[in-house]
Ligand binder design. Structure first.
Ligand code: AMP
Length: 279
C-alpha cells in the first residue's frame, strides 16, 4: 500500500499503477469504521485499484462546529486500510489542498438542494464538500468514486456535480452499515455519552416505524413527519428535521410517487446524528 501526502506523489503513483487498470476513489475524513470498510469492499468489486483519501476538510465545517475535535486516528486508519487491501492512500495536509486563502477560494455550489435539509443549519457544508470532492476528482482522476447512502443528501449533490460539470467519473452508492441495535455507524457516535448511546437507536427505530405506516398506504407526509419528530423529542432528542422526500432527487413528494426516502437529523446532547431509510 502506497501512502502519498502530496498531490505530486499521488499523481505519480496513480500514473505508475493505473495503466490499463480502472481506479476507484473512496473519499473519507478518516477515523475509519465498518461503514468505511464496506465502501472499500464495494470499490474493490467495482474496479482494479482502490485509492482512499483521508482528509478532514475544514471548508465543510461551520465556525461553531467540531472541526478541532473531529477524531483523527491516522495510525489505526492506515492499519485498517492495509488490512483491507487498499492500493493507494492519499493523506494531504490542509496546506497541500488549500495553499491559497480559503476565504477567496473558488466556490462550487448547487443552489436549492445545498440549502435544504442539512444545508438549512449547516450553511457552508455542501459547498465545502463540493469543493473538496471536485479537487479530489481532479487530483486522483478515478474512473469510479464510492459514497455511502448514509449521507444521502451528499450522495445526491455529488451525482449532480458530476453530471453538471462533466466529470468523467461514475458514482457508486453503498448501503448504510449499522451497529447491532440499528444505530448507523458514524465517527461522531464516539462523542455520545454512555447514556446517550443507549438512547441513540431510537433514531433508526423511528424511521422504521414511519416506513411501516407508509408501507400500509399512509401518504399524509406532514403528519408522519410531525409524529416522528414528536417521538424523537420525547425520547430525548432535539430534532432538526424529519423529512419524507422523493428518493430520486430529494424533491417534495406527491402521492403519485412510488420511491421515497425518509431522512432525519437530530441532536443527542451536543452530537448531531443523521440517518435515512428507503421506502
Ligand atoms: P466520512 O468519513 O464520515 O466523511 O464518510 C466517508 C464516506 O463513508 C461517505 O461516503 C459516507 O457516506 C460513508 N459512510 C459513513 N458512515 C457510513 C456507514 N455507516 N455506512 C456506509 N457508509 C458510510
Amino acid at each position: 500500500m502506497k501512502i502519498a501526502d502530496t498531490i505530486r506523489d499521488l499523481r505519480r503513483e496513480v500514473a505508475h499503477k493505473s495503466l490499463n487498470r480502472s481506479l476507484v476513489l473512496v473519499p473519507t475524513m478518516g477515523n475509519l469504521h465498518e461503514g468505511h470498510i464496506s465502501l472499500i469492499k464495494t470499490a474493490q468489486q467495482q474496479g482494479d485499484l482502490t485509492c482512499v483519501s483521508l482528509f478532514v476538510n475544514p471548508l465543510q465545517f461551520g465556525p461553531t462546529e467540531d472541526f478541532d475535535k473531529y477524531p483523527r486516528t491516522l495510525e489505526q486508519d492506515l492499519e485498517k486500510l492495509s488490512n483491507a487491501g487498499v492500493d493507494i492512500v492519499f493523506t494531504p495536509t490542509i496546506e497541500e489542498l488549500y495553499p491559497t486563502s480559503r476565504e477567496t477560494f473558488t466556490k462550487v455550489d448547487y443552489p436549492i438542494l445545498s440549502s435544504d435539509l442539512c444545508g438549512i443549519t449547516r450553511k457552508q457544508f455542501f459547498s465545502g464538500i463540493m469543493v473538496v470532492i471536485s479537487k479530489l476528482f481532479n487530483i486522483v482522476q478515478p474512473n469510479f468514486a464510492v459514497f455511502g447512502e448514509k449521507d444521502y443528501q451528499q450522495l445526491t449533490i455529488i451525482k449532480n456535480l458530476v453530471q453538471d460539470l462533466n466529470f468523467p467519473i461514475t458514482i457508486i452508492s453503498s448501503p448504510t452499515i449499522r451497529e447491532q441495535d440499528g444505530l448507523a455507524m458514524s465517527s461522531r457516535n464516539g462523542y455520545l455519552t454512555a447514556m446517550e448511546r443507549k438512547m441513540a437507536p431510537l433514531l433508526y427505530q423511528t424511521l422504521c416505524k414511519t416506513k411501516e405506516h407508509m408501507n400500509k398506504g399512509n401518504r399524509d407526509f406532514g403528519a408522519l413527519e410531525m409524529s416522528a419528530c414528536e417521538s424523537l423529542n420525547q425520547g430525548g432528542f432535539r430534532t432538526d428535521y424529519v423529512a419524507i422526500r422523493r428518493k430520486q432527487d430529494l424533491a417534495l413528494p406527491t402521492v403519485e410517487d412510488d420511491a421515497f426516502i425518509i431522512l432525519t437529523a437530530a441532536y443527542l446532547g451536543k452530537t448531531r446524528l443523521i440517518d435515512n431509510i428507503f421506502v
